[in-house]
Design a protein around this ligand. Structure first.
Ligand code: 9PG
Length: 529
């Protein structure tokens, strides 16, 4: 038991050792309990990976998000049904005077929960580990935490963030070499630093060679981009494979299993189950390293590595490492192979275990050309599915990571065509990009009006001064910006006759497959338009 002093305030801590530092206290222990000075009003929960919820919430459990089939892909599945409010690695409580108390791990595989008004932290392997405790002004406390995280895990190395055009939020998987070449032409001299090819170029998830839509090969694609004076960017999901991939069929021993010997589910996407690469398996690591070298040799310097959470799922591995240590091992191998001169954006990535090894991190769920899905928010209570509101909410609660690496809030929209976002909602996404200092879009210039084209150009060219005036309010070049409209949490609103069907349907693979193929048809039509 220790007494932690913060000026006149004293906090009782159950821990093994404690040491005051200028910004707070460093603790060690396998099981930490902090007794807050008064009853907390809010709990800051920090979700596991890029897409998982980060938000200030009431100090109670939230509804269990649905569909459960997606838990491995959206949240830390181990704690998805836990009754106490849960945070991966860190948790904080807020008081009525505006101060907060934060308990944050400085190592991997750690968790914090709010139990009976107390902050309780532990390491999943039961061993003792390091912690930071801070009390006071929210921005200050989180900032102090990042200093210690930088020391423990490292920072991104890239100086300047890039301005990125990414193919996903307009063309989706309907890319081919002709349409991309036309699109790159149409971008003219817009000041993008990177043109990034997203999902849709590869044979199968797991089989990372060009598919028939890219008959000239990947080197030619990268060269085409480089000839416009920009860096070539590529999306890959190297730590998962779909069931039908050759990788999975030929190397089943490279994939994580559960204690019954069955493959661990990494979720469901592209109409198929996903499996997770064992990043402690020497042959799998060798393959990963070769893959990164191959992609770099094609000429891609900006790598968006996605669905990374998979290698940190619980399961039986070749080596008996804690799951996030196993993940970090895989990330280190990829970083070494791609070289320090590559720019590495981690997406769908567990947050702390990625620090120091990537240059940028996606800090929220996908945006979309709509604000919110009524079904996902109010029937499924799911804060992680694509949508502008979900993306803004979580990204804004992860701004504190900015001193550690580039923070990617996903793309901004400028278009009024092919979207249901209002001009105000577009502006909010643009302002989020300014606040994060990470600018990207997927819009096709031919979809823009003249005015939208100008807005996009100015957005890319300008340097803005951002000042935070409150938790969700900012002054951007002296203009007041308020993100409160995106902060409401998804909650069950009304039960309708459709509710049981929606809940049941969300767990049906055949139905999801059907809806996915309808969505693909829609995009193909859009592309022709
Ligand atoms: C390509 C996309 C884009 C996007 C990534 C990632 O099923 N899911 O819940 C799900 C979540 C996110 C997701 C795809 C599926 O998007 O964030 O930018 O690269 O993959 O497939």
């Amino acid at each position: 038991m220790s007494i932690l002093s913060f000026n006149e305030l004293q906090i009782i801590a159950d821990c093994e050792t404690s040491k005051p530092v200028s910004e707070g206290n460093l603790l060690s222990g396998s099981n930490i309990i902090l007794t807050p000075p008064s009853a907390p009003l809010h709990f800051y929960r920090h979700g596991w990976q890029s897409w998982s919820l980060a938000a200030w919430t009431p100090p109670r459990a939230l509804p269990i998000q649905k569909p459960e089939m997606y838990h491995p892909l959206q949240i830390d599945p181990v704690y998805a049904r836990h009754p106490s409010p849960h945070g991966n690695w860190l948790g904080a409580v807020g008081f009525d005077d505006g101060n907060i108390l934060l308990l944050g791990a400085l190592g991997l595989d750690a968790h914090v929960q709010l139990r009976e008004g107390k902050l309780q932290g532990w390491y999943e392997n039961g061993k003792s580990g390091q912690w930071f405790v801070g009390y006071g002004d929210e921005t200050q406390v989180f900032n102090d935490y990042t200093h210690h995280l930088a020391r423990a895990l490292g920072r991104g190395r890239a100086e300047k963030p890039y301005r990125v055009w990414c193919s996903w939020y307009s063309l989706y998987t309907a890319i081919d070499e002709q349409i991309l070449s036309e699109t790159f032409q149409s971008l003219g001299n817009l000041p993008f630093d990177v043109l990034q090819v997203d999902d849709g170029w590869h044979a199968r998830v797991g089989d990372w060679q060009a598919n028939e839509k890219f008959a000239s090969g990947m080197e030619s694609l990268a060269n085409g981009i480089r000839s416009t004076g920009r860096l070539a960017g590529l999306w890959l999901a190297p730590l998962i494979a779909v069931e039908s991939s050759q990788l999975f069929q030929q190397h089943p021993s490279w994939f994580i299993r559960n204690s019954n010997g069955n493959f661990v589910s990494a979720g469901f996407n592209w109409g198929e189950p996903l499996y997770a690469l064992d990043t402690t398996h020497p042959a799998a690591l060798e393959w990963l390293s070769e893959l990164m070298k191959r992609v770099r040799a094609w000429g891609f310097d900006y790598l968006k590595l996605d669905f990374l959470y998979a290698a940190a799922l619980p399961g039986v591995r070749h080596l008996d490492l804690p799951r996030e240590a196993a993940y970090r091992n895989g990330l280190q191998v990829m970083r070494d192979a791609m070289g320090n001169d590559a720019y590495f954006l981690a997406c769908g990535a567990p947050v702390l275990p990625s620090l120091g090894l990537c240059d940028a991190l996606r800090i929220g769920p996908d945006v979309a050309s709509f604000w919110e899905s009524e079904r996902d928010a109010h029937i499924l209570c799911n804060p992680t599915t694509p949508g502008a509101k979900n993306a803004i909410r979580t990204s804004l609660h992860r701004l504190w990571l900015a001193p550690l690496l580039h923070i990617d809030p996903d793309v901004a929209y400028f278009r009024s065509k092919h979207t249901s976002l209002t001009p105000e909602q577009n502006a909010l996404l643009q302002d989020l990009a300014r606040v994060c200092n990470f600018k990207a879009t997927s819009d096709l210039p031919q979809w823009w009006t003249k005015a939208e084209h100008e807005t996009a150009r100015n957005f890319l060219e300008e340097e803005t001064v951002v000042e935070r005036t409150g938790r969700y309010t900012f002054l951007i070049d002296g203009r007041e910006v308020d993100f409160n409209a995106a902060m409401e949490l998804p909650m069950a609103r009304k039960i309708s006759l459709a509710t049981p069907f929606v809940l049941w349907g969300g767990e049906q693979k055949w139905l999801i497959k059907l809806l996915e193929s309808k969505q693909r048809e829609k995009v193909e039509t859009l592309k022709k338009g």
